[in-house]
Design a protein around this ligand. Structure first.
Ligand code: FE
Length: 336
């Protein structure tokens, strides 16, 4: 390539990049691309602010720590309260005080100091075979440890964030000794070693390998939307279990502002927008999650699964009990 063309190209990139930089916001996301794209496209259409997303599977805390003050990240987006808490506890975020966020997000779904905000919620529920599990046969999380389910339960790894949060809720409700017994009871009832994701367990029910599994609510919506997975979804019924003396375990996806946040103003706009009606509607309709903003309701499909009473264990307590849950999961060799 002639050098004149190289410099012309470089110049054109520089002129495009410079103004764009001023109107960007950079996101590190543990959430999947296909989920966040419609959200960020709508945000850009409304505000003119470009959203650059880096998708990560793990290591967000380490990355932010390594980048320090020079981090390009403004906002982190994650699922699971303990992963959100891990980012906050590593001191790589900054508190946000926003009347809009405080108005859109009920107090139990945000940090009192503004260090994290939940933006959607989901219940961790039981998928039960329509053919092999009778209506009302399983109603509590404690039931899952009953020997009547021997060789009939499928579940993903016990060390998965969703399962650790559920075990944390067991500890919060019943204490560590009972939680260990519960894990041992479920392990004794497994039809196969823990493996795969939440949907893979429903597939196994469809295939006749097991009769019940544990999974998040929105996966039902995702399976129904996928022609290959629809038969899996149609093989099961959703049961909202409760803790004895408690409610149904919930978890969240959430956001926080990074400490570096080079585009702080845009970051705040994005965070506020994600808690607003348009974004909450997209989360509800496109991903089958429960909106956090009380102005919005679940989609018709999600509402058709029924109502339930959320367990009242504070999310911050669930996050704090993560290490204890991991320890118990390892002691009982849940995945072994
Ligand atoms: Fe998920």
């Amino acid at each position: 390539m002639p050098s004149s063309r190289i410099s012309a190209l470089a110049l054109s990139i520089a002129t495009i990049a410079a103004p764009a930089m001023a109107n960007d916001v950079n996101v590190y996301s543990y959430r999947q691309a296909d989920l966040v794209k419609p959200l960020f496209d709508a945000f850009t259409a409304e505000t003119g602010i470009n959203v650059n997303v880096q998708f990560l599977n793990k290591g967000m805390v380490e990355k932010l720590q390594a980048e320090g003050k020079r981090s390009p990240a403004d906002v982190v987006l994650t699922v699971d309260i303990s992963r959100l808490a891990a980012v906050v506890n590593a001191d790589v975020t900054q508190p946000v005080n926003s009347d809009i966020l405080n108005a859109n997000i009920p107090a139990e779904f945000r940090d009192p100091d503004g260090k994290w905000f939940a933006i959607t919620s989901r219940a961790r529920i039981i998928y039960a075979s329509k053919d092999r599990v009778a209506d009302g046969e399983v109603t509590t999380y404690e039931d899952l440890a009953d020997p009547k389910w021997k060789d009939r339960i499928c579940i993903r790894s016990g060390t998965n964030a969703y399962n650790l949060a559920l075990t944390s809720a067991v500890i919060a409700n019943h204490g560590e000794v009972a939680a260990q017994g519960w894990l041992e009871g479920i392990k004794a009832n497994l039809a196969r070693k823990p493996q795969g994701n939440d949907r893979a367990q429903v597939k196994a029910i469809f295939a006749g390998e097991c009769d019940i599994s544990i999974g998040n609510t929105y996966y039902m919506a995702q399976m129904l939307a996928d022609p290959e997975q629809q038969p899996w979804a149609n093989a099961v019924r959703i049961v909202f279990p409760t803790f004895e003396g408690g409610g149904t375990h919930m978890n969240v996806s959430g956001i926080a502002m990074t400490k570096a946040a080079p585009n702080r103003e845009n970051a705040l706009k994005l965070m506020e927008w994600l808690s607003g009606d348009q974004a909450q509607q997209i989360y509800a309709e496109a991903n089958g999650e429960y909106p956090i903003n009380p102005n919005l309701t679940a989609s018709d499909l999600v509402a058709s699964w029924g109502t339930f009473n959320p367990d009242d264990t504070p999310l911050a307590d669930i996050a704090k009990l993560r290490d204890a849950s991991l320890k118990l999961t390892q002691i009982v060799d849940f995945d072994g």
